[in-house]
Design a protein around this ligand. Structure first.
Ligand SMILES: [Zn+2]
Length: 438
């Protein structure tokens, strides 16, 4: 394989280019923001997927939301799922076993454990060190049960606090980067991350993002006594990239499993990620995003090269088994993953492997497997990425990547009942957004 033909990826900006970009960014960031367009309120309910939002007459201006409370404590929340025990639900909140035992020694909590119901929320507050301070259990036909720490034990009391979930709808436009746009639109980090993750099987946010792209999100926010306490979950989203809309709606199947689908019922959860490189608040930037990957896919060059700094995290693009992790000629440090259906992916020139990555190990989609480097026949830090089908290299940017099985026909009605309303809201939001831009 003529790896010496690798193209050099280190693109050095000239002084003039750099100044131009800086000036562009400064001008853009002083433009008025296209932020909140609408907000809707919901009656208190835990089952937000099954109810229709009631429009309230005035838009709600939400204060900034974060999982860190103003007093420095952390708020965590989990939903009881089908098949859960109270212990498994509490473990998901990262409460340690000893604390769970102490909680279950509290009479009221022990009683609760025998009759937990899927769909009910548990909210915990912990110190920065992770010590549990308070925990609140939503119950059926009874006020929430609040449990406070007192020394080494816990005291329970029924709470008259009003917990509610509201549905919020926002949209925005990309001016500089995805996260500055979601910040400008007042969208919580957790929701922005969920949106980026949801679309990561259909969009490469590092490379595809364009100025003028628009997005809309529908998500829940949890309130206590009228005060927002935490961002909930993404219910629906639309991302219009270079004029092409991508849509996602959340669907909960009869077994309580949730996943994102297109409004037509195609799963977004599986398949392959569009990019093997991490996209995050730290790694995203518009100047990089405008530069397309050096494709270099031709007969002599069997993959796609992504320019990225040494140390950038490399993700498995699909669930797989590691079949090779080591040094191999011009590839330098190389990982080969074997997926289903005869697909293999290659990740080359790595500076290092993530811990635990070796031949025979299973990895899941999005798992960090390695770090970008310039080992082997490489002239600058970049990732060489290959997709092979039945041993033959394919252009990863051109092939249709395998997806999850479609929604079972028997669930069609349920799917539409849950999601049709969110799809309508996305259409409404897009209309509003375009009007705001005129
Ligand atoms: Zn290459």
């Amino acid at each position: 394989m003529p790896l010496t033909k690798l193209r050099i990826l280190t693109h050095r900006m000239t002084g003039a280019e750099r100044r131009f970009r800086l000036r562009t960014l400064v001008v853009l960031s002083s433009l008025p923001l296209f932020g909140v367009v609408a907000a809707f309120g919901l009656a208190p309910d835990t089952n937000t997927l099954d109810i229709t939002p009631q429009t309230i007459t005035e838009a709600i201006a939400l204060p900034a939301l974060a999982s860190v409370n103003t007093d420095g404590t952390f708020a965590r929340e989990s939903m009881i799922q089908a098949g859960d025990t109270l212990t498994s639900a509490l473990s998901r909140l990262k409460i340690d076993d000893l604390e769970i035992q102490r909680l279950l020694a509290t009479d009221a909590v022990r009683q609760l454990a025998s009759g937990i119901r899927a769909g009910k929320r548990i909210q915990a507050t912990t110190t920065q060190e992770g010590q549990l301070l308070t925990i609140q259990f939503e119950r059926s036909d009874a006020p929430a049960l609040t449990v406070h720490r007192e020394g080494d034990s816990f005291v329970a009391e029924e709470s008259s606090e009003l917990l509610e979930t509201r549905v919020v709808m926002r949209s925005g436009q990309i001016l500089s980067s995805l996260f500055s746009a979601t910040d400008s639109a007042g969208i919580p980090d957790k929701i922005a991350d969920q949106m980026a993750e949801t679309f990561s099987t259909s969009l490469d946010f590092r490379e595809d993002l364009r100025r003028g792209d628009t997005f809309s999100v529908v998500y829940t926010v949890n309130y206590r006594n009228g005060e927002p306490i935490a961002a909930g979950k993404l219910l629906a989203a639309e991302f219009v990239n270079a004029g092409k809309p991508h849509r996602a709606v959340l669907y909960r199947d009869p077994f309580g499993h949730e996943g994102y689908y297109t409004p037509e019922g195609e799963s977004l959860r599986k398949g392959f990620l569009r990019s093997p490189l991490e996209f995050s608040r730290v790694t995203s930037s518009f100047s990089n995003s405008r530069r397309h990957p050096i494709y270099g896919f031709h007969r002599a060059h069997t993959g796609v090269d992504f320019g990225a700094p040494t140390g950038t995290r490399v993700k498995a693009t699909g669930d797989a088994t590691v079949v090779f992790a080591g040094r191999k000629g011009g590839y330098g440090n190389l990982i080969i993953l074997r997926h289903g259906n005869g697909y293999e992916t290659y990740y080359a020139h790595l500076s290092a492997f993530a811990s635990g990555i070796r031949s025979g190990r299973s990895v899941s989609q999005g798992q960090v497997i390695a770090y970008v480097g310039t080992t082997g026949a490489s002239t600058g830090p970049h990732l060489h990425y290959e997709v092979r089908i039945a041993g033959r290299p394919q252009n990863p940017m051109a092939i249709k990547l395998p997806g999850s099985p479609p929604l079972p026909v028997a669930q069609r009605g349920r799917f539409l009942q849950q999601t049709a309303d969110w799809s309508d809201k996305l259409t409404l939001l897009r209309g509003t957004n375009l009007a705001a831009l005129d």
